[in-house]
Design a protein around this ligand. Structure first.
Ligand code: GLN
Length: 303
């Protein structure tokens, strides 16, 4: 398999989709990003990295950070987080409020905003600084110490965070937050506002394709924990489009409203794509098309 050739081909094949959809503008700083960009990177289990298109441009990872926050909480704290968040697909938009009241403040899964706010709350209790914990994991797995939060993006989200604030206050009213609402929202916005490239994200996600083995050869997660994170990514990682994503791509994947998506071929490679135009459920249109192309051409899906 000539992966470099394949990625170069995919850049050409997805061009009709680049710029389709809408750039997220409920976070004003994200609304200013040029939609005519597309990048893709693959990091193999053995450590080779392949990239094409705009794979070296920084973008806001947004909800992709939720995977890494969950990985850290599972690594530090084992299964206890599952008393505070379910792991079922929600079938609702990522920022939905509706299920939280009928389910007594236990979010449907850790990848919708309500669930991720609970995970960040726990990570804040465990580390004292959840955003730094996620940032440091990214730095460790990429060996790139310049990775950091874009504070303009974080500030822009915090200044427009009525929806997440309402989720967090509701969680607090149900006794499902350990820290003050404002501290949790601050950490959450800063972890979402990490700026990274496709190549960085492919490298950072590689442990999920390697049974939990980190870049330095130590286990970040057990093989069983890795399997479970991948399962939750498959069923919940792209929100109310998780069924469509499984149908088209057939891999565990996690999207963010910055237009990035990471996907995992267990025991083979991690893939990261980025293009800012989003479809109805907040997933990159060209990114999903590229992953569809990748798994269709290689046969590397979990199905
Ligand atoms: N920070 C964003 C939010 O909370 C993340 C959403 C996303 O990427 N789906 O709205």
């Amino acid at each position: 398999m000539d992966i470099q050739n394949l990625l170069d081909d995919i850049v050409g094949a997805v061009q009709p989709h680049v710029g389709q959809g809408n750039v997220a503008d409920y976070i004003p700083q994200l609304g200013a990003v040029d939609a005519q960009q597309f990048g893709i990177s693959v990091a193999t289990r053995e450590g080779e990295v392949y990239s094409a298109g705009d794979a070296h441009v920084d973008f806001s990872i947004q909800s992709i950070s939720k995977v890494f926050a969950l990985a850290l909480v599972l690594a530090f704290d084992g299964d206890s987080i599952w008393k505070r968040v379910f792991r079922e697909p929600s079938g609702n938009p990522f920022n939905s409020l509706v299920q939280l009241e009928s389910e007594d403040g236990i979010p449907r899964n850790p990848f919708i905003n309500a669930g991720a706010i609970v995970v960040t709350d726990r990570l804040l209790s465990l580390t004292g600084n959840a955003a730094h914990a996620v940032r440091d994991l990214m730095r460790q797995e990429t060996t790139k110490d310049s990775i950091d939060t874009d504070h303009h993006v974080a500030g822009s989200e915090l200044a427009n965070s009525h929806r997440n604030a309402s989720l967090a206050h509701f969680l607090a009213s149900c006794g499902n937050l350990e820290n003050p609402v404002d501290d949790v929202l601050d950490s959450y916005a800063k972890q979402c506002a990490l700026a990274m490239t496709c190549e960085d994200l492919a490298l950072a996600t590689r442990f999920l394709a390697s049974n939990g083995l980190g870049a330095d050869g130590t286990l970040l997660l057990s093989p069983a924990q890795t399997k479970r994170i991948n399962a939750v990514m498959l069923t919940c990682g792209t929100y109310d489009a998780a069924g469509e994503f499984a149908y088209r791509v057939g891999l565990p994947g996690k999207s963010g409203v910055g237009g990035g998506i990471v996907a995992v071929v267990p025991n083979k490679c991690s893939i990261s794509v980025w293009s800012p135009g989003l479809g109805r459920s907040g997933n990159s249109v060209a990114g999903v098309a590229a992953l569809d192309e990748f798994t269709t051409r290689t046969g590397w899906s979990v199905f």
